[in-house]
Ligand binder design. Structure first.
Ligand code: CAO
Length: 533
């Protein structure tokens, strides 16, 4: 049995950092490299890992304490014999990735007095082969000094490599997924000779770089320390607090840490917070976190009141509606379809040739027409990509139908509506509506819609403005058909007109496209032969 002392490693010139998390308790058995404590400066988050497998005997620091290089933070008892690092049998552990400055090699000045410099990886605190997880600048970008060039992630820390000088990024010599070590050339920048920053004496230059022969004329360009980042390049310390392991997990789960609420002191995000966040998202089809605020007013001052809880469905719907309404610029296009002939056909079919128990409402025809219109106008069957700079066009035509249930609105999905005939669509929609009202809808029956229909035609009304069911980009509202006098060129004729209200995401769909889509729907519905083919 041997006792070891765990000390904070060399912090690369940073005097003091704060202990923001103690990951273990006395008596814990740890594997070598498991995190003991987490430190955070305004530039980086670092884990101090266990130097060996063993048991924690004492923890000598608390959250909020300030520590520096060499601070004694814990004692461990380890199995077997350990060769002591010093005469007093104490083992000092260099654990964290240590940010350190670096020197740049600079090529000859051009005629315009600009220099081409190689950007090299700074001292990574003894860690080699660290993976590039993100290139944060593009070739041709004009960068300010310290603007992020790329993000590296090792087992223990996530680091940003900043631009060493203000200038233009000429090239990267590496790509995402490559592993780099101190001194590797990662790209080239063009900088103005006048703007080259001289290195400050307080920062150490590594001996390996000092021995590198200059290409032509050498300028020592100081790179500032690597900075720890979140997924979305939010600097740690500014808004998101999380250790490298949590950041790695967040990336694997595709979670934006800026949206996660941390439960540890100083809102630090822990793994459990991530799991809770994901669980909540999976269980609620919300498009984003939306705060639903009610009223603080005391209405009992004006008369008697009762207060009742809102169903879970209504609460989820409220969040989704707020998110959609506040994030999507939406417009509604109105039109009317002449369904006189369609209704005559529907009634005739209903009386004669339908399988037992099948009732065909206008909705089945509207579903069929919508699937055809979506095939004709692909933008309506799309979603914006994560950064709203791409459009994801779907080759499946799954149509959600809004169903009014005693507990609130549910939206089951008719899968592959484009491949189904009128009778199958009618059967599917009435079965799904029944299951929704009987609370028997499985979760997967409500996912994967690429377009939604909300039909209030059985109730009444002349028009309404449905809210786009994000991340879809359009929703069709259907109101009650009624007879109207329509001019046929010679006289007014009574025609059965079906009001349609098409709401759409104006970031994706233009007004003219919406008008064409709605017109096309009306044409399909006005001649039932289009829908039976
Ligand atoms: N115009 C005139 N009559 C219509 C019609 C229309 N647009 N749509 C339906 N009808 C008739 C039907 O033919 C039926 O008449 P009969 O009983 O004489 O046959 C009657 O109205 C009732 O229809 P329905 O509502 O039971 O059936 P449906 O297939 O039209 O609709 C469903 C099914 C599930 C969409 C509907 O029941 C429902 O829940 N609608 C509410 C949706 C909602 O709440 N939307 C608001 C969401 S917020 O945007």
């Amino acid at each position: 049995m041997a006792h070891t002392q765990v000390n904070v490693p060399d912090l690369g010139g940073i005097d003091e950092v704060e202990v923001i998390e103690i990951c273990v308790k006395v008596g814990d058995n740890l594997e070598a490299e498991e995190a003991l404590i987490v430190l955070e400066s305004d530039k980086a988050t670092m884990e101090v890992p266990a130097p060996f497998s063993g048991t924690i005997k004492d923890i000598l620091v608390a959250v909020g304490d300030k520590v520096g290089s060499g601070t004694h933070v814990a004692n461990m008892e380890i199995e077997g014999v350990v060769k002591p690092a010093s005469a007093d049998e104490k083992v000092s552990v260099d654990a964290a990735v240590t940010p350190a400055p670096v020197k740049q090699e600079v090529a000859a000045p051009s005629k315009s007095q600009s220099l081409e410099i190689d950007v090299v990886v700074p001292d990574l605190g003894g860690v080699d082969a660290v993976e590039i997880i993100e290139l944060s600048a593009s070739i041709g970008d004009e960068l300010a000094v310290d603007d992020s060039l790329m993000v590296l992630e090792g087992d223990k820390a996530t680091m940003e490599i900043p631009a060493p000088q203000a200038g233009k990024l000429l090239s990267f010599t590496v790509k995402v997924g490559d592993k780099v070590s101190q001194g590797d050339v990662i790209g080239k920048m063009q900088v103005s000779q006048a703007s080259i920053q001289e290195p400050s004496e307080s920062k150490n230059e590594t001996s390996s770089q000092e021995s590198t022969p200059p290409k032509t004329e050498q300028a020592n360009a100081q790179v500032s320390e690597p900075k720890a980042l979140t997924e979305n390049n939010v600097e740690v310390g500014s808004s998101v607090h999380a250790g490298p392991a949590v950041r790695k997990l967040a990336r694997e789960l595709g979670v934006d840490l800026a949206q996660v609420k941390g439960s540890a002191p100083r809102s630090r995000i822990q793994k459990q917070d991530l799991y809770d966040f994901v669980k909540l998202r999976v269980n609620s089809p919300a498009v984003g976190p939306a705060t639903v605020k009610g009223s603080d007013e005391d209405f009992s001052r004006y008369g008697s009141i009762t207060e009742q809880p809102l169903s879970k469905i209504k609460q989820v719907t409220a969040r989704n509606m707020v998110a959609s309404w506040t994030t999507i610029p939406q417009v509604t296009q109105f039109d009317e379809a002449d369904i006189t002939e369609l209704e005559a056909y529907r009634k005739q079919s209903m009386a004669t040739q339908l399988p037992d128990g099948v009732k065909v409402s206008p909705l089945a025809f509207i579903l069929k027409a919508s699937a055809k219109a979506l095939e004709m106008f692909p933008e309506f069957n799309s979603s914006l990509g994560p950064n709203a700079d791409t459009l994801i066009l779907k080759q499946y035509y799954n149509i959600g139908i809004a169903v009014d249930t005693p507990d609130g609105l549910l939206v089951p999905v008719i899968k592959e509506a484009n491949k189904k005939g009128i009778i199958e669509l009618a059967t599917n929609s009435s079965e799904l509506a029944k299951k929704a009202r009987d609370k028997k809808l499985p979760m997967d029956a409500m996912s994967g819609a690429s377009f939604t229909i909300s039909s209030l035609g059985g109730i009444g009304g002349t028009a309404f403005t449905p809210i786009v069911n994000a991340p879809q980009v359009a929703i069709l509202g259907v109101s009650k058909a009624s007879y109207k006098p329509v001019w046929n060129g010679k006289e007014f004729e009574p025609r059965l007109m079906l009001p349609l209200s098409l709401s759409y995401d104006h970031r994706v769909v233009d007004g003219a496209q919406a008008a064409r889509f709605a017109r096309y729907l009306c044409e399909l519905l006005s001649d039932v032969r289009h829908l039976l083919l």
